[in-house]
Design a protein around this ligand. Structure first.
Ligand code: MF3
Ligand code: CO
Length: 257
């Protein structure tokens, strides 16, 4: 069942989204060769709690951290560890914030040091794919239009779309209906209507689309071990206007690509 948001709900989600965007800005400052992914997680948790909020992911179905940190062939749900980032890596930072009863959800993938031109292309295409999806959030459109836009943009550029994980409604719960696949057919799925708040989150692989689950019960990686990228925004339709509630502006002040 889809929960359509009131003006008050939207205000609540916006506050969480603003703090979440600032969390990403804090973490962006720390993305350097040699930092451990655990150090990034610790900073995020501290920043969130210092601002009177709670990390949405912490303890979600038993998840043991505040961030999902997914390096190179890890697609999503990488658990922070003692791994040290090195030049040539890409690293996805996915975070959720819960404050005053509302969640927001956002992810960004960074290059570390020097990465190859092909990997840089993967990051740029995945980020733009997110915005191609967001452009479909409009009255009269359907959820399938989002997936179609993302899939066609990505495949035309030689990359592949992960099917096993999808975007989602977000609000009082981290994951609400509807599911928002990053692939699909135009004109199918639920109608996009005022009051909908959804997290759109393309997960895009350089090689084949297949993924496998690691034995830790969380980590999902590409089957062919080629790199994967992930970007995510929380987006609303309200009063026939599309609003991107999270922003990469704090990241992009520090990281310019
Ligand atoms: N960020 C994921 C999503 O976008 C959720 C992480 S699952 C968790 O839906 F368990 F780590 F929280
Ligand atoms: Co999400």
């Amino acid at each position: 069942m889809i929960y359509y948001k009131s003006a008050a709900d939207l205000e609540g989600i916006k506050k969480s989204a603003e703090l979440l965007s600032r969390v990403h800005g804090e973490i962006a400052k720390l993305i350097v060769e040699g930092v451990t992914t655990k150090e990034l997680d610790k900073r995020a948790e501290e920043f969130i709690r210092d601002h009177g909020a709670v990390p949405s992911f912490y303890n979600y179905n038993g998840y043991p951290a505040s961030l999902c940190i997914s390096v190179n062939e890890t697609v999503v749900h990488g658990i922070p560890s003692n791994y040290r980032l090195k030049s040539g890596d890409i690293v996805s930072i996915d975070c959720g914030v819960y404050m005053n009863g509302y969640h927001a959800d956002c992810a960004y993938t960074y290059p570390v040091g020097e990465v190859s031109a092909h990997v840089m292309e993967l990051l740029k295409v995945t980020k733009q794919a997110l915005y191609e999806g967001i452009a479909q959030v409009a009255p009269g459109k359907r959820i399938g239009d989002i997936g179609y836009a993302i899939q066609s943009y990505v495949q035309a550029r030689g990359f592949s779309v992960v099917r096993e994980l999808v975007g989602h409604g977000v609000g009082k719960n981290l994951h609400e209906d509807p599911q928002v696949p990053n692939y699909g057919k135009r004109g199918t799925g639920a109608k996009i209507q005022n009051g909908m708040v959804i997290a759109i989150e393309p997960m895009i692989n350089m090689g084949k689309r297949e993924v496998v689950h690691e034995a830790d019960g969380w980590t999902i990686r590409t089957k062919d071990r080629k790199p994967s990228a992930h970007f995510e925004h929380t987006v609303a339709l309200y009063n026939n206007k599309t609003e991107i509630l999270t922003t990469f502006q704090y990241i992009e002040q520090i990281f310019k690509f």
